[in-house]
Write a protein that binds this ligand. Structure first.
Ligand code: NAP
Length: 352
């Protein structure tokens, strides 16, 4: 065989290999995001109760409602007693499921978990959604520019990182004993790729990814599924209730589609639009470009959102204002004539 023939054969095999790989990925994506609409796992088979952290607004509230709609009783865990009561009532009235509430502040660290354990005692917990998370700055900022850095570092790590293994520790033994259980951990598109100017947040979210993947590998043989969800942009308080469009999902729509992917994938973007955006972000903003001084300098120049520009959801408590932060170069500008219409956001590399 001549050298040319050999090279042609190697080239042919390589091409076939990549085509097969692409075809397999397309099939997995089709099954995960399209077929799953009609081919869903009955979530009640995991157990009677679902626990959702950060359940009074945004993605957490949407997961709690969707789980109730699919037949589970829900335990809502959040900071604000009033909001917990309101959401619990809403779920009971709308879906006729039982609810319980646990009022805790995850920024307080390890001291809160004995109380949570007591509240969960004796309940058949089938599903845990580790959703709670916080962001700490109103604009892209270097690490040392983090406001109240000394406190914020501990708070963010307690809330975004510590809560995930601690909540898991509380429910996993019983799940293993019953031989079934589902743990859903919410990471972020800025967690799966390093995102300068959001260093702490980005680092907390890669923890969620690795923890989920390792846990899934360790316990799948015992009937436990661990799913890591990687959203791009969802319209919530954290993203200033930005306008929903083909890039930005509403929280209920996101939760519905993401729950459809259970049983189809242990690592998911949650919906087709975010899956395509995650691919596009990887291709268009490779690590070397995202980490470049050029991009960092330009991101830092993006306008900082002034307090007067914030569109605050009327149901918000003062707590959530720390979460108000927008990644988009265009921000909501309140206008009495058209408070909604002037809100225009483009998804960009700074997505959560
Ligand atoms: N929105 C996005 O575009 C996006 C994208 C990627 C990933 N994520 C991730 O998705 C998760 C949910 O985000 P979201 O946008 O839905 O946020 P959100 O609208 O700000 O809701 C956060 C929820 O967590 C609760 N919470 C906040 N801090 C808490 C604390 N210290 N202790 C107890 N509860 C606390 C809040 O309720 P209270 O105020 O009553 O405590 C609220 O129910 C987060 O992990 C976030 O990182 C979001």
């Amino acid at each position: 065989m001549s050298l040319t023939d050999m090279l042609a054969t190697v080239g042919g095999f390589t091409l076939v290999f990549y085509l097969l790989k692409l075809a397999w990925r397309c099939w997995c994506g089709f099954r995960e995001y399209v077929l799953s609409e009609h081919w869903q796992v009955d979530l009640r088979t995991y157990g009677q109760w679902a626990v959702v952290t950060g359940a009074t607004s945004g993605i957490g509230k949407a997961y709690a409602s969707e789980l109730a709609q699919r037949g589970l009783n829900v335990i809502l865990v959040s900071r604000s007693e009033d909001k917990l009561r309101m959401v619990a009532k809403e779920i009971e009235n709308e879906y006729g499921r039982k609810t319980r509430t646990i009022q805790v502040d995850f920024t307080e660290g390890h001291s809160i978990y004995p109380a949570i354990a007591k509240e969960l005692e004796g309940l058949e917990i089938g599903i845990l959604v580790n959703n709670v998370g916080m962001i700490y700055t109103d604009s892209f900022a270097c690490f040392l520019e983090t406001p109240d850095a000394e406190q914020k570092i501990t708070q963010v790590i307690n809330c975004n990182v510590l809560s995930v293994p601690q909540m898991t520790r509380l429910v996993l033994p019983d799940m293993i004993e019953r031989g079934t259980g589902l743990i859903i951990n919410i990471s972020s598109a800025v967690g799966v790729r390093p995102q300068p100017l959001l260093a702490l947040y980005s680092a907390t979210k890669i923890f969620v990814k690795y923890f989920s993947q390792c846990l899934h590998a360790e316990y799948k043989s015992k009937g436990i599924s661990v799913q890591c969800v990687v959203p791009v942009l969802v319209s919530t308080n954290m993203t200033h209730n930005m306008e929903v469009n083909r890039f930005v999902k509403s929280a209920p729509e996101f939760a519905r589609e993401a729950l459809n992917t259970v049983g189809h994938s242990s690592y998911t973007s949650g919906c087709l639009s975010h899956a395509l955006q995650n691919v596009a972000l990887t291709v268009l903003f490779p690590d070397w470009f995202r980490m470049s001084t050029f991009l960092i300098r330009n991101l830092k120049k993006l306008p900082k959102m002034g307090k007067s520009d914030r569109r605050v959801c009327p149901s918000l408590s003062p707590h959530t204002s720390t979460n108000h932060w927008n990644t988009s170069p265009k921000f909501c500008r309140a206008s009495s004539a058209s408070p909604q219409k002037k809100c225009c956001h483009l998804p960009d590399e700074g997505a959560f």
